[in-house]
Design a protein around this ligand. Structure first.
Ligand code: GTQ
Length: 343
């Protein structure tokens, strides 16, 4: 112990009861020269590990009793925090045939990316979206939503929510609806017809911050990727990559979460890339690997993995692959924080 340590420690001990602390002992942990996240790269094997446990959960509790029967994908670097990155929540939700996850609304924004099953629905503000694998569905902040499965097979989707962001701001409000199921206000497909064809109702002006399209069917997004892959060379860092947009603004479908779909040709390896937005990936098609620092993640369809903020990644597809991903990039861009580095 050098001469300065003892009197300094005595001073810290004296000020602590008065809710005072010395910045100089913390400065370099608070204001780091580059992002220093406790989040680590992680991978979830869907068919081998997650799915059997999810089905076991299906026998333990009903969707109605659970309200949302979800297994949280918790980052190993953030134990007990119900977070996959510091700003985002991810989970896998199961609805069995005949079940309903009752209607509610909350200030948290949510996305759904369908992993397995056919024909269950998410209803948003009185309109149902029937869900197929690869479909991307949003339930924006404070919109009523319920999920139901009138099909004869289990339905599983990835939930992505901004729960940690809302927690950071202490801005959570939630309420249940009077009835489990919303009454149908508009037929399925109505929003897509009005807003999903590069057209909009003639006198319509945007009101909220979220996309008026709340279901982005995989068939259409996949067709777009196939066409651009035929028409031109892949981007060195991303392959063929499209982001989902709010047609009213050209921005992200919801203000807090951005999402993309990318196609990696068979044998293609991406150049190293990093961004300040930690990113969650869901594998739709194909097999390959993603190298993050000294971690190699080997993936196959329906697997999930996460790349932490400012960690360099390269993807290599052994067969033609399609990856869905989401991150907090729109928040960082709105705040002037987002950065990327392309090798
Ligand atoms: O479906 O509304 O995974 O409220 C976590 C919280 C899903 C939902 C989650 C939620 C929901």
């Amino acid at each position: 112990m050098d001469d300065a340590t003892a009197p300094r420690q005595a001073f810290y001990d004296a000020i602590a009861p008065h809710h005072l602390a010395p910045l100089w002992e913390n400065l370099h942990h608070l204001v780091t020269r580059a992002p220093a996240t406790p989040t680590v790269p992680a991978h979830w094997d869907y068919d081998g590990v997650v799915r059997p446990y999810l089905m076991q959960a299906g026998g333990l509790i009903t969707a109605k009793e659970a309200e949302r029967r979800v297994l949280i994908l918790e980052n190993p670097g953030l134990p007990g925090q119900a977070s996959i990155t510091r700003s985002l929540f991810a989970g896998l939700q199961l609805i069995l045939p005949g079940e309903v996850a009752p209607a509610h609304r909350h200030t948290q924004s949510a996305l759904r990316f369908i992993i397995e099953g056919h024909g269950a629905y998410t209803a948003v503000e009185g309109e149902r979206a029937l869900m197929e694998p690869g479909d991307f569905v949003i339930t924006p902040s404070w919109t009523w939503h319920d999920h139901g499965n009138d099909s004869d097979a289990p339905m599983v989707w990835l939930d992505g929510l901004d729960i940690p962001i809302v927690r950071l701001f202490d801005a959570s409000f939630a309420e249940p609806a009077a009835a489990d199921r919303q009454t149908e206000a508009r037929p399925a497909g109505d929003s897509l017809a009005r807003f999903g064809h590069n057209m909009a109702p003639v006198d319509w002006r945007p009101t909220g911050k979220a996309s008026p399209v709340f279901s982005y069917p995989y068939a259409r997004s996949r067709e777009a990727l196939a066409a651009i892959a035929r028409n031109g060379a892949p981007d060195a860092c991303h392959g063929h990559k499209l982001r989902y947009v709010n047609p009213a603004t050209g921005g992200a479908p919801m203000p807090t979460i951005g999402a993309c779909l990318q196609l990696l040709p068979a044998g293609f390896a991406t150049a190293p890339y990093r961004g300040t937005d930690g990113t969650v990936f869901s594998v739709v098609e194909g097999e390959g690997e993603t190298i993050v620092g000294d971690t190699t993640i080997r993936w196959k369809p329906r697997d999930l993995f996460v790349v932490p903020a400012w960690h360099r990644r390269t993807h290599r597809a052994t067969s033609e692959a399609v990856l869905f991903s989401f991150s907090d990039r729109p928040v960082q861009e709105a705040l002037g924080l987002w950065r990327e580095e392309r090798a």
